[in-house]
Ligand binder design. Structure first.
Ligand code: PLP
Length: 395
């Protein structure tokens, strides 16, 4: 019998969900799309993805696979050939020799982070991370019943954790430290020597270091070093999303310390069986010279975009004490204009048609004084954004 209409069905919401927040950026993007649907042109500097298409050789490889192969489950840690390509990438790009068995293909770096937390955390275990940092990180930890301990960081450490901060914030419950270099939302990096020191502290304390290298390839004027060049007991996270312009294909990878491989594989088998076969076939073309030359051209365009936007924002009065060296973000102090960056961002999209992300998405520490600009847009679009900002700020 159907329950009477006025008695709603019982709803069971897991307790952990009370601590999992929405991405504010998504709400802002939704509002920007609504305004666009009403005919307003929005300068979108809010979404964290390249505006370049996936390079043609990757698309061709996917089409070819769809036409000529059966698309099936693959091994849970990824098809052998793609893992071989990644093994090669580490050898040629970083001079690091890795056994293929330690490389796992995942559903974006998001999948890699979730598996890592699933393998590492028991209820109440703590993971140290910077505030500000990528919003989902705290929630990956919470979803796996751990506790994200956010450590306020400032311009003095380029908004990154240091060995000293790790040492200071370590507790008996700490099991892991998570860093991203270059970082979202700041685009700043951990100096390689400091990363070695952080690794040494984590090792001495008996914890695990997780390094998100998703923005490798998107560093300007130099190539980033991988943590794997000096350590093999770290979880290194990466993705086809950003440098390879494959956000929507949902493919990433991780390099796993030997002792965790079986545990990660067991989790992956059960949680989702395998990743998209067609995306993996496509990614086989990601390392071809013709793809890499397109990606390097893109990188040069990102550099031009950063080099336009950074001084333009400073001239408007945004305080940006640390030059971002990578990714495609600028983290700016907006306290010359507002003490409430959240409302500032909403007002800006409504009145000026410029969408940027409020600091609150990335943590709590001085969040109301900060905003993030995402610059994967042509310089002409960025110029229009700056013009609108100037008009808006003039009041
Ligand atoms: C630092 C960082 N890590 C991980 C991700 C997740 O990316 P994906 O799952 O597309 O690889 C993002 C996305 O913006 C990010 O900025």
């Amino acid at each position: 019998m159907n329950p009477p209409k006025d008695s709603p069905a019982t709803v069971h919401i897991a307790e952990r969900l009370a601590e999992i927040e929405r991405f504010h950026v998504v709400a802002l993007v939704t509002r920007a799309f609504e305004l666009e649907a009403q005919g307003k042109q929005i300068v979108n500097m809010v979404i964290g993805e390249p505006d370049f298409s996936t390079p043609q050789p990757i698309v061709d490889a996917a089409v070819d696979a769809l036409r000529h192969r059966q698309i099936r489950y693959t091994p849970s840690l990824g098809g052998d050939e793609l893992r071989g390509e990644l093994q090669n990438w580490y050898r040629t790009r970083y001079g690091v020799d890795l056994p293929k068995s330690r490389i796992a293909v995942t559903s974006g770096s998001s999948g890699a982070l979730l598996l890592t937390m699933g393998a590492l955390l028991s209820p109440g275990d703590e993971v140290l991370m910077a505030d500000p940092s990528y919003p989902a990180n705290r929630h990956f930890v919470r979803a796996m019943e751990g506790r994200a301990v956010t450590v306020p960081v400032n311009a003095a450490s380029a908004y990154q954790l240091t060995a000293e901060l790790v040492e200071k914030n370590w507790t008996p419950r700490t099991v892991a430290v998570m860093v991203a270099t270059p970082s979202n939302p700041t685009g700043t990096m951990i100096p390689f020597d400091e990363l070695k020191k952080i690794h040494a502290v984590v090792k001495r304390k008996g914890g695990v270091l997780i390094v998100d290298e998703i923005y490798h390839g998107l560093t300007y004027g130099f190539d980033a070093h991988s943590t794997l060049e000096f350590a093999d007991d770290v979880f290194v996270i990466n993705s086809f999303s950003k440098y390879f312009c494959m956000t929507g294909w949902r493919l990433g990878w991780m390099v796993i310390p030997e002792t965790y491989v079986d545990h990660i594989e067991k989790l992956a088998q059960n949680l989702y069986i395998s990743n998209s076969d067609v995306a993996q076939q496509a990614a086989m073309a990601a390392f071809k010279p013709e793809t890499l030359s397109v990606l390097e051209e893109n990188r040069h365009k990102f550099l031009q975009q950063r080099d336009y936007l950074l001084p333009a924002l400073r001239e408007l009065g945004f305080d940006i004490p640390v030059e971002p060296q990578g990714a495609f973000y600028i983290y700016a102090n907006c306290s010359a204009f507002t003490q409430d960056s959240y409302h500032f961002c909403y007002d800006l999209v409504e009145k000026a048609g410029v969408a940027i992300a409020p600091g609150i998405d990335f943590g709590e520490h001085r969040a109301a004084e900060h905003v993030r600009f995402s610059y994967p847009q042509s310089v002409a679009v960025l110029q229009e954004g700056v013009r609108r900002l100037r008009d808006y700020l003039k009041g």
